[in-house]
Write a protein that binds this ligand. Structure first.
Ligand code: NDP
Length: 443
């Protein structure tokens, strides 16, 4: 009998086995035994591949043919990848966002209970920080700030962000050895340097009350993504002698809605896998600081270099698709968050639920009775909607949809394993009653 079989509520002979096994004597410092992302080899490959893919896509997007399957015919000189000004700009941006984060505004929320039974406090001021950033950018633009020229600095900015992500991950890895065992993440404590560097050893690394992971999750990268999009729109408008294209306007508007929504609902990230399960290592540091702003803005980058015309009826159909995606995404996320915060709230009190051994219940009707991850479905529909304005002549604008599908399918699998570990038989019952994972009758 292994450690798992002795856990309450854990079904025997279960085919979908949890990956993390906690030794009884290591309750406060679980050693990650079964590894994810292909273990040390897989994570070593990803350490190299993720930055390579990032730069390949940036270069391809700015090349004439913009072909995803071919290498760019001419590589720019190495000096194009590096600029001290880009590094300075990025450091100023991080400094600005960190200063805004520290401003005593908005409420303070408590995170989930940690293994040592304590709770961390988180400032819920992301939306206000976005507002203040918008105000500063607006004032800058009124004062003649040439924001459009940011689009010419994307390559060195991406290099600086990648370098900062590597340095930050190294510091986080070293810092984790000063943390108590109970502060380590269940998944990033395998003992293998590369694996733990990638996944992140410490769950919530902090300097005083400054939470590094929580800060990076939604602020510098997400707000930076919206800012880069705006710079690309302004650059396009300048090139066209006044107005941006309808396609660029739609991409900017959809993605801005996504960023604003994330910050408006910032409190909801306190119960996500990133905050309660994953450590803070290269995966999240690179993802938040380099991947999100530079990969997620690929559609706008593509449109600046490869203008597309969009008929009004097509634009209308795309808006409808986005609205459907957003409706599902927001409906599902709000329903679960409301239910987790207050199951007696009138908007969720009538929903059917399954009890679990933990005392927490699982929703089995409403959005969460349709598929096991309705929020992912909505997210994917929105991703498709903001790629479609780029037309169908190139694959590159659809990279995000393909990557995001892979990410969410993998994430869904990880979440299922964690839920099976948490809820045991109750989770099995939920899976039996809601058989589809993301797309009804398909997957
Ligand atoms: P989810 O919001 O999907 O949360 C999963 C958790 O919800 C489970 O671990 C479980 O936790 C709870 N849960 C699952 N099923 C039920 C149920 N039937 N009833 C009640 N609770 C349930 O997690 P994610 O962090 O993956 O995603 C959050 C959002 O972020 C999503 O909308 C996703 O699309 C988006 N996202 C976007 C990314 C991007 O790069 N744009 C990347 C990743 C995510 P518990 O029971 O402990 O509460």
């Amino acid at each position: 009998m292994d450690e798992l079989d002795s856990q309450p509520g854990q079904p025997r002979g279960c085919t979908h086995r949890p990956r993390f096994r906690t030794m009884a004597h290591q309750q406060t410092s679980p050693r990650s035994v079964e590894l994810e992302f292909g273990g040390p080899l897989g994570t070593a490959a990803m350490l190299l591949l993720l930055p390579v893919v990032l730069f390949h896509l940036l270069l391809t997007c700015h090349s004439g043919p913009c072909s995803l399957l071919n290498l760019p015919s001419e590589l720019p000189p190495t000096s194009a990848f590096w600029s001290p000004w880009a590094l300075l700009l990025l450091l100023l941006w991080l400094g600005l966002q960190a200063t805004l984060y520290l401003l005593p505004m908005g409420k303070v929320s408590e995170g989930r209970m940690l293994r040592d039974k304590s709770h961390l406090q988180y400032p819920i001021n992301g939306f206000r920080c976005l507002g203040l950033t918008a105000l500063l950018v607006g004032l800058g633009l009124a004062g003649g700030l040439p924001l459009g020229s940011l689009s010419e600095l994307l390559l060195p900015l991406a290099s600086a962000a990648t370098a900062i992500a590597f340095i930050l991950s190294l510091l986080l890895y070293l810092k984790s050895f000063t943390a108590p065992p109970s502060a380590l993440a269940p998944g990033g404590n395998s003992g293998n340097i590369i694996y733990d560097f990638f996944l992140g050893r410490e769950l919530n690394p902090r300097f005083g009350s400054f939470d590094l992971k929580y800060f990076c999750e939604l602020r510098p990268g997400m707000i930076g993504w919206a800012l880069i999009n705006l710079a690309l729109l302004l650059q396009e408008a300048e090139r066209q002698g006044g107005w941006p294209s309808l396609a660029m306007g739609l991409v900017n508007a959809f993605q801005l809605v996504y960023v604003v929504d994330a910050l408006w609902n910032e409190e909801a990230i306190l119960t996500t896998m990133d905050i309660i399960h994953d450590g803070f290592g290269f995966m999240l540091a690179f993802g938040d600081l380099a991947w999100v702003p530079f990969i997620y803005s690929l559609q706008a980058q593509f449109l600046l270099n490869h203008p597309q015309s969009l008929e009004l009826p097509v634009a209308g159909a795309i808006c409808l698709l986005f609205a459907i995606g957003y409706f599902i995404f927001r409906g599902a996320n709000t329903q679960k968050n409301t239910f987790r915060r207050d199951p007696t709230d009138p908007s969720v009190a009538g929903l059917e639920t399954i009890p679990t051994a933990t005392g927490r219940r699982l929703l089995v009707s409403g959005w969460w009775g349709m598929v096991r991850h309705p929020n992912y479905l909505g997210d994917l529909i929105m991703a498709l909607a903001w790629s479609l304005p780029c037309g169908v002549t190139h694959l590159l604008p659809y990279f995000y949809v393909v990557y995001f599908t892979i990410l969410l399918v993998h994430r869904e699998d990880r979440d299922e394993r964690q839920c099976l570990q948490k809820y045991g038989l109750a989770w099995r019952e939920y899976c039996a009653r809601v058989p589809y994972r993301i797309v009804p009758y398909v997957y």
